[in-house]
Unconditional design. Structure first.
Lengths: 309, 666
């Protein structure tokens, strides 16, 4: 039994409720548990083995894919063995986390973590997964400019440093994602993987231009759009004055009367982000803060595999 | 338009509440942090116009809802309401239950139709209304009663064979209805419009009548006009016994009668369906006495006839003259009662060549009084005594029936008064000075020719008491013929001697019947009351009577001496102290005249009143009654409108169902 399980984490922390994970507080432990749970599930899944480098054979067991049976060994020994592959280990991944004030919000803190908490957990988990696969992972945070910058490394001790840094993050000010990502493009050297974690309540055109720049410079770009469930479906607050905690703007309206139109506006924005990401060759994934981390990790691995092909 | 609770309109101030909320909520409200404000703003921009419109619509609906609710609370009344939409009313229902309303119209009697209309009035009555049920014949059945009690009283209205005076009834009830602020007074008259019911014979304007009519000023009087086709009616209008109802046994009697036809029409009238060419010109008439048919004849519709009575044994008898049923049933027969007493001997003390003696001998010769050989003395209980002179007569020797005629010479007055004193009566005769001649007044019509008698001289009668009855008066109101009963003795006293110097009576044709009548009166054989009365009239019942009942029906107890009012035509029997007498109750002749009064003429009978003629039919009646209509009560409609507005408000104020549906699908 591993350490995560001993600590009280669920056996499949990747499928657990995000709120319950963030409540445990220990980001390192939670992220590790989530990754281990995810990889345990992955062992029995068709996603296993996206690398092309052969590693070793193992005895065939029921359910294994026939495509990976080693026919030569079968011919020689009349026994069934499965060919296993190792992943590549030379990708430099840069996790870019939005820490602006809008990220520090949850519609119902009793049920959902804030977007920042969720992003922090997601960033830690992805980093560990990358490092476990032999890649190097770095961390950038931004609000109206780049704040924290930790270069990519491939060791678990580096991951713990990342996790400590993530734990120490506090909400920032207003967002200027375009400027931050342009600055990032200037700092990054060789091609790598840029994983943007943000609520995308940003200047859309500037941010898209910056992402296009990153793609132009040869980086793979993967955007995780974090939304609170209360942002997808407008809560029934009735007649109220709504204000943006980041800009201080106010709007007096009746939320009940606008729910349909609001959802249309959100859907339109999501569609626009997805369409523009596709246009520049970036990946776009929408996550709500009630989504299990396993969903994000699965989407991440699927994207990575598609990118290698 | 009016309001039941106009003060409730103050609630319109509540309209300010949604207005205040509408304009105030833009400036206040909870503050909610919401980072995705940009999407909210986009949504607001897309729906701002429709939202503003919806908000204004919502405001209008809320204002309308409050207005409608306040209006409903105020109880608006619009236009002229239905029959039940009226203010507090005092309603007097005068129902004509006289004999003429007993005829059949369709499947029911006219009276039944009138009662049905009265029920419609009560059905539309409200809890605050008060009702008076006043039959035209008989006392009021209820006064100031609520609907339920009035309905019960209405069911007690019964048909009579009497004659009503509808004008007098309306005037009396108009004077009786209380005048209270806030209450409407209305009289409803339900009648068959029989002309004689509105202007009965003998009705005359009096000061009381003038007073009653003045109370009709501005009164609402609704008169029901029933749909009655002209009715063909033949009645036995009158019946007379040739020798009167008290003819002694053995005197031949003939019944004279007269038929009347209503309405009057020519013998052959093709426009009248009841004018049948094949109808025989004469109608069969039957006479029944003591339950047996004793004679028959035929007469024309309006003709006269006579049927001879067979000799009847001494005692009371009854009978009726009848024709075939036609039109009004009650007047198809006329009842009569007669008494055939044994002729009684009359002892006379007075001038042997006087008019009285001649009259007595004439009556004796005709068998109307008994022979003198049947009695021994003035004290014989079988004898009647008529005294013109008291000299030599001892009061103690007299029998039980005495007629006293004062002396022709005033000098003999003290002796006459002394004789009265010995008879234990307080009567005294005093000389009187008259201013010119006088005529006999009250009661004189009972004896043919007596009303034409002139009184030239008389004594003033003093000492009369309430126990004495005055049969005849002179024109100046002084008693002329009085009667009393003292110590089992009946005394009759005249105020004038029966001589030509005192009156024209002795030499007139009325002398003979007059003498016979006072003798009968003294002998109490005429029962002190007529043996025939009209239905509805009061009958003074003799003191010995203790029970009464229609012939052949159960007797009911009766307080002797009390007035008795018999409402149905027929023969009745009075019993008491081992004696009995029959009384014939007949339909008043005026009830047989079915001619109706015109509308204009009827309105003129009630000057000052707001007369409305309604009918025929229930609808027309309901339009005419309850003149104090308040307008249509629209509260139910306002409540319905409030429900619709509330549902609309709910739909506008909450998220649309379709919107929720789309959200689920997304």
């Amino acid at each position: 039994m591993n350490q995560a399980v001993k600590s009280g984490l669920p056996r499949r922390a990747d499928l657990a409720d995000p709120r319950s994970l963030t409540e445990m507080g220990n980001l390192e432990l939670v992220a590790r548990g989530a990754v281990e749970g995810f990889l345990m599930g992955l062992h029995r899944s068709p996603h296993r083995g996206f690398s092309v480098e052969f590693a070793e054979n193992r005895p065939y067991s029921a359910g294994d894919d026939f495509r990976f049976i080693d026919w030569k060994v079968l011919a020689r020994s009349d026994r069934l063995f499965i060919r296993q592959f190792e992943a590549e280990t030379n990708v430099k991944a840069h996790v870019v986390l939005d820490v602006s004030r809008s990220m520090d919000w949850a519609s119902d803190r009793g049920r959902y973590p804030s977007k920042l908490e969720y992003g922090r957990l997601l960033a830690s988990t992805l980093s560990l997964l990358l490092i476990r696969q032999g890649d190097a992972a770095g961390l950038r945070t931004f609000d109206d400019r780049l704040r924290l910058q930790i270069r990519a490394r491939g060791s678990e001790s580096h991951w713990r440093r990342l996790t400590d840094a993530l734990t120490a993050i506090r909400p920032g000010e207003e967002t200027d994602a375009g400027k931050a990502l342009r600055d990032l493009a200037g700092h990054l050297g060789s091609r790598g993987l840029v994983v943007l974690i943000s609520d995308l309540l940003v200047d859309g055109s500037g941010t898209r231009r910056a992402l296009r720049l990153l793609r132009h410079e040869g980086h793979e770009v993967l955007t995780f759009h974090i939304m609170d469930p209360g942002e997808r479906d407008l809560p029934s607050a009735g007649e109220a004055i709504f204000f943006d905690p980041e800009t201080g703007e106010e709007l007096a309206t009746n939320s009940a009367a606008l729910r349909h139109e609001y959802r249309d506006a959100v859907t339109s924005a999501i569609d626009e982000w997805r369409r523009d990401s596709l246009a520049i060759g970036a990946e776009y994934t929408l996550l709500t803060t009630d989504s299990p981390l396993g969903t994000a990790l699965a989407r991440f691995l699927r994207t990575r595999r598609q990118g290698r092909r | 338009m009016s309001f039941l609770a106009v003060w409730a309109l103050a609630g319109l101030a509540l309209v300010a509440v949604p207005l205040a909320i509408h304009f105030r909520r833009r400036r206040s409200g909870r503050r909610v942090a919401f980072p995705a404000l940009r999407y909210l703003r986009q949504a607001g921009d897309a729906t701002a116009r429709s939202l503003r419109t919806r908000d204004l619509l919502l405001l209008a609906v809320r204002v309308a809802l409050l207005t409608v609710l306040v209006a409903a609370a105020a109880g608006p009344l619009i236009g002229r309401g239905g029959v039940a939409d009226h203010g507090p009313s005092d309603v007097a229902i005068v129902i004509d239950n006289s004999g003429s309303t007993g005829r059949i119209a369709g499947d029911v009697t006219v009276l039944d139709g009138l009662i049905e209309r009265a029920r419609a009035t009560l059905t539309a009555g409200r809890i605050e209304d008060r009702f008076w049920i006043v039959p035209a014949v008989g006392p009021p059945l209820t006064t100031a009663a609520v609907v339920a009690r009035a309905a019960a009283a209405l069911e007690r209205v019964e048909r009579t064979d009497g004659a009503g005076d509808l004008r007098a009834a309306v005037e009396r009830i108009a004077a009786a209805l209380p005048s209270e602020p806030g209450r409407h007074r209305e009289i409803q008259l339900l009648s068959d419009w029989q002309r004689t019911a509105f202007a009965p014979a003998g009705a005359s304007d009096t000061s009381d009548g003038e007073s009653a009519r003045s109370s009709l000023v501005d009164f609402d009087l609704t008169v029901y006009r029933p749909d009655l086709s002209p009715s063909d009616n033949v009645a036995v209008r009158s019946l007379t016994l040739s020798q009167g109802a008290m003819a002694p046994a053995g005197i031949p009697q003939t019944v004279f009668f007269e038929l009347s036809s209503s309405p009057e029409r020519p013998a052959s009238d093709p426009s009248n369906p009841s004018s049948d060419e094949s109808e025989p010109p004469d109608l069969p008439v039957r006479l029944r006495v003591d339950g047996r048919t004793v004679g028959a004849t035929r007469v024309s519709r309006s003709g006269r006839g006579a049927v001879r009575l067979p000799e009847l044994p001494p005692g009371p008898h009854y009978g009726r003259l009848e024709i075939e049923p036609r039109g009004l049933r009650a007047d198809d027969a006329r009842f009569f009662a007669l008494m055939t007493p044994l002729p009684r001997p009359v002892l006379h003390a007075g001038p042997a060549d006087g008019f009285v003696r001649v009259a007595l001998e004439t009556l004796r010769g005709a068998g109307r009084i008994g022979r003198l050989d049947r009695v021994d003395s003035m004290g014989d209980p079988r004898a009647l005594v008529l005294l013109e002179a008291t000299r030599g007569v001892r009061a103690a020797d007299l029998g039980s029936q005495v007629v006293l005629v004062p002396p022709a010479d005033p000098v003999d007055l003290p002796a006459f008064n002394q004789f009265l004193r010995e008879l234990q009566v307080e009567w005294r005769a005093r000389p009187d000075t008259m201013r010119g001649d006088l005529w006999l007044a009250a009661g004189a019509g009972d004896v043919p020719g007596l009303a034409e008698t002139r009184i030239l001289r008389r004594y003033r009668l003093e000492g009369l008491t309430a126990a004495d009855s005055v049969w005849l008066q002179t024109g100046d109101g002084e008693p002329w013929l009085v009667q009393t009963r003292r110590d089992n003795r009946t005394l009759v006293l005249l105020a004038s001697p029966l001589v030509v110097s005192a009156s024209t009576l002795p030499a007139s044709p009325a002398m003979l019947p007059f003498v016979e009548r006072i003798l009968l009166r003294a002998s109490e054989a005429d029962g002190r009351q007529s043996l025939e009365v009209e239905a509805g009239q009061s009958l003074s019942v003799p003191s010995w009577v203790d029970s009464v009942g229609a012939l052949g029906e159960a007797m009911r107890r009766l307080e002797g001496g009390a007035p008795l009012r018999l409402l149905r035509a027929g023969l009745y029997e009075l019993r008491g102290e081992g004696r009995r007498v029959f009384v014939a109750v007949n339909v008043p002749p005026t009830e047989s005249e079915l001619a109706t009064i015109g509308a204009e003429e009827l309105e003129e009978l009630f000057p000052g009143a707001n007369v409305t003629i309604a009918g025929p039919g229930e609808r027309a009646w309901e339009r005419g009654i309850y003149r104090d209509r308040r307008g249509v009560d629209v509260v139910p409609w306002l409540i319905l409108a409030a429900i619709v507005l509330a549902v609309t408000e709910s739909g506008l104020a909450t998220p649309r169902r379709a919107s929720r549906g789309r959200q689920r699908s997304n």
